[in-house]
Design a protein around this ligand. Sequence first.
Ligand SMILES: Cc1ncc(COP(=O)(O)O)c(C=O)c1O
Length: 481
Amino acid sequence: MIINLIDEGSRQPKYLQLVDTVRQAIRKGQLLAGDSLPSVRELSHNLHLNRHTVMKAFAELIAEGWIESKERVGYRVVTTLPVDSSYLAAVGDQSKTPPRKIEYRFVKAVSHQLAYSDSDYQYDFSGGRPDTALFPFAEFKSHMSDVLSRPDVRQLGYGESEGTPELIAEVKRYLRKARAIIDRDIVITNGSQEAIYIVAQLLLHAGDEVAVEALGYPPAMAAFASAGADLVAIQQDKNGIVPDDLVAKIQQGNIRLIYLTPLHQYPTTVTLTVSRRMAIYQLAATHGIPIIEDDYDHEFHYRCQPLAPMASQDPQQLVIYLSTFSKIMFPGTRIGFMALSASMAEAVKNYRVLINHKSNVFMQSALARWMKEGGFERHIRRTTRINQQRRDHAIAMLHEMDCFEFDTPDGGMALWLKIKKPTVSAAALAQQAQKIGIYIQHEGAYHLVAGDNQDCFIRVGFAGMNKADFSLGMRLLAALL
Ligand SMILES: Cc1ncc(COP(=O)(O)O)c(C=O)c1O
C-alpha cells in the first residue's frame, strides 16, 4: 500500500500526520491485521521525511497499539485487531457506508417530558420561580470571591459527601432557630430533587407502593416510579390530604413511603392542618412507614408564622425532611439539604457517592459565609415581605377581574385558580397563552389519576415578577378568557 501524508499544508508536526495516515488506513481497512508496513528507509525516502520523523511516528503507533515491530519482519499492523476489515471499512469511510446507529434499550426512561429549556416568556407565571432581580448578587459575589481567594484545599477532594462542615453547621443553626428542627443530621444535596431520588433508591423495591398527594409534584412522582414503585393517590381537600383515605390505602396495599408537601401543597397551595398532620404522623408511626416531608418554600408564609415542620415533632425519627435554596435564592444554585436520623444520613451519604460524590464546594462555602454573616436571613426577610405584597396585589387584582374562583393561600409563591367559565379548558388556555408569550401551569400536569382532571384549574405564580408585570400579564390572560 502507498502511504501519503494526508494534508501537505497541515500545520501538524509531520510525524503526527504520518500517525494519522496510518491510523486511517487501518480504520478504513486499507491496511489489514498483520499487513507489513514499508520500512523506515523506504518511507522516509518516499515522503521526503527525516528517518527520525518516521521512527517517531512508528513509536507512537506502537504505543497506541496499532502496529508492532517484529524482529526480521519489520513493522506490521497488529494481528490482534478486534474487528474485521468490513466493519473497519464501514466505520472508517462514513461517506461510503454510513454506519447503522445503535438503538438503545432505555429501561428507566421517564415516561413524560420533564426536561425543558428555560424559555424566554415575556410573562412567566410558573409557580416555583423566584424573582432573580431581588437576589443580592454583589453581596454574594464578595463571599464567592473570598472563597476563591482563600480556598480550603482540604475540601477540594472527593471527601465529605454529606457537605462542607461550615454549611452543615449553618444549616443546623438555621433549622434550630427558624424551623424548630434540632436532633437531626444534615446532608447537603444538589437540590431536593437529588434527595428525593436517593431516598427512592434507598427505600423502595420494585412493586412497593408510595402514597402521594392525588395532585402532586411530577418530578417526585417520576423519581419514585423510576425506583420501580407504584404510586397511590391519596385524596385531598381544602385542608390537605385526607387521613381516612390514607388509612384505607394503607390497609388495602403495600405502602412503604409517604410523600407530602404539607406547608404549601404542590400544586394546590393548601396548608395541611395541624390535626391532620398529627393523624398522619400517628398512622405512619403505627405502620412503620417513613414520611418524606418536602418543605420547599418554608419561609414564604404570610398569614402567621409557618407551621413547624412535621420533622420538628418526630420522636420516632420517621420523617425524612427535605428543603432547598432554590426558592430563597434561585433553582440554578442546586443546593438543597436533608435533615435525617443518623442511620438515614449515613445511608444517604454513601449513596451520594454513586451519583456525584458531593455538591459544589465553592457554592457551599460561599453560602455558608453568606449565612454566617447574616445576608441570608436579611434576604429572606426582604423577599418574604415582597412576596406577601405581590400575593396581596395578585389577590386584589384577581378579585377585580372576577374570572376565577380561589382561596387566598396562607403562603407560598403561587395561586390555584378555578376558571369560572365552564366552557374554558385550562389546558387549552395554557396553550393559547404560550402562543402570546405567557406561561401558566394547568391542572392536567399534576393529576396522578388522569380521570380526576376537571381541566378547570390553573396555577399562577406571583413571586417571580414585579406587580406591574403581573398586572400586564394577567390582563393579557384575561383577554384570552
Ligand atoms: C414540591 C417541590 N419540591 C421541591 C422543589 C425544589 O426542587 P430543587 O431543590 O431540586 O430545586 C420544588 C421546586 O419547584 C417543588 O415544587
